[in-house]
Design a protein around this ligand. Sequence first.
Ligand SMILES: Nc1ncnc2c1ncn2[C@@H]1O[C@H](COP(=O)(O)OP(=O)(O)O)[C@@H](O)[C@H]1O
Ligand SMILES: [Mg+2]
Length: 300
Amino acid sequence: MKIVILSKGPANFSTKRLKEEALKRGHEVRIVNYAKCYVTLERGIPVVRYKGKNLSDVDVIIPRIASSLTKYGSAIVRQFEMQNVFTTTTSIALVRSRDKLRSMQLLAKAGVGIPKTVFARETADLEDVLEQVGGAPVIIKVARGTHGNGVVLAETRKAAKAVMQAFYVEGVNFLVQEFIEESAGTDIRAFVVNGKVVASMKRQSLDDDFRSNLHQGGQGTSIKLTDEERRTAQKAAKAMGLPVCGVDMMRSARGPLVLEVNSSPGFGIETVTGHNVGEKIIEYIEQTAKAGRRKDKIGA
Ligand SMILES: Nc1ncnc2c1ncn2[C@@H]1O[C@H](COP(=O)(O)OP(=O)(O)O)[C@@H](O)[C@H]1O
Ligand SMILES: [Mg+2]
């Protein structure tokens, strides 16, 4: 098949691994910098252009869209969808996954365990907002944060209120979350392909940071999930309409709680666990792409 990886960097590890595995299985692969693609719209003739040429004759795209380019990247993905190109991540699922409020709503609705979460806007009832999540300490997150940036642990009521007020003033959407103290500094990443967990790791922050993101200096080790954790990850992937994704969970006293579902999960998990995730993704494409594009049925 003719596979296009939409990625800003051919040097990026995940991109390199995907290309390697696709080539190994006999596919044609091209890495296309979606930020440099442009779309010419005219009645009835959709085209994506890149380096002065039409990007036609593409069977499959694998979007690896940076969070800073969600909007533009999703427009390029959408254009391919309109040309009936199969995508491992649909434009709608991509946009959905980049919004923490929307994600939490969908996960809660699907019956996936999440930390108790409040989102609000007006400043009047700060006390009740805090009360709802069991009082300080609380976690406050900006709705579009990533890599642990924009996640704050407010240890006291006073601090929590000050942070919320600052966000209100700046017009930043945020959510307030119960602090999962029993496993602070540790979380679990489950890599899902075709609705199944194919690799999992634990991430542990090395200093006293409560955030375990690898981008914040967290360290990953391979782990085996419990049945409940595996089911939770799979259910979360389904609720988000993401056949390929990374589900982040925390082990809490009341079972696994999903923090977020990442639509462009990194391949560092291959190095940590020794599992070939890239191959699984290419296999998934081989099994699914021929049947054509599947409609998103999430409805939100
Ligand atoms: N409710 C919470 N309780 C305890 N720790 C949390 C909570 N939410 C997030 N964290 C920690 O902060 C990290 C980043 O949070 P996350 O919601 O994944 O945001 P980001 O999108 O920035 O990665 C998590 O990996 C976890 O270690
Ligand atoms: Mg995260």
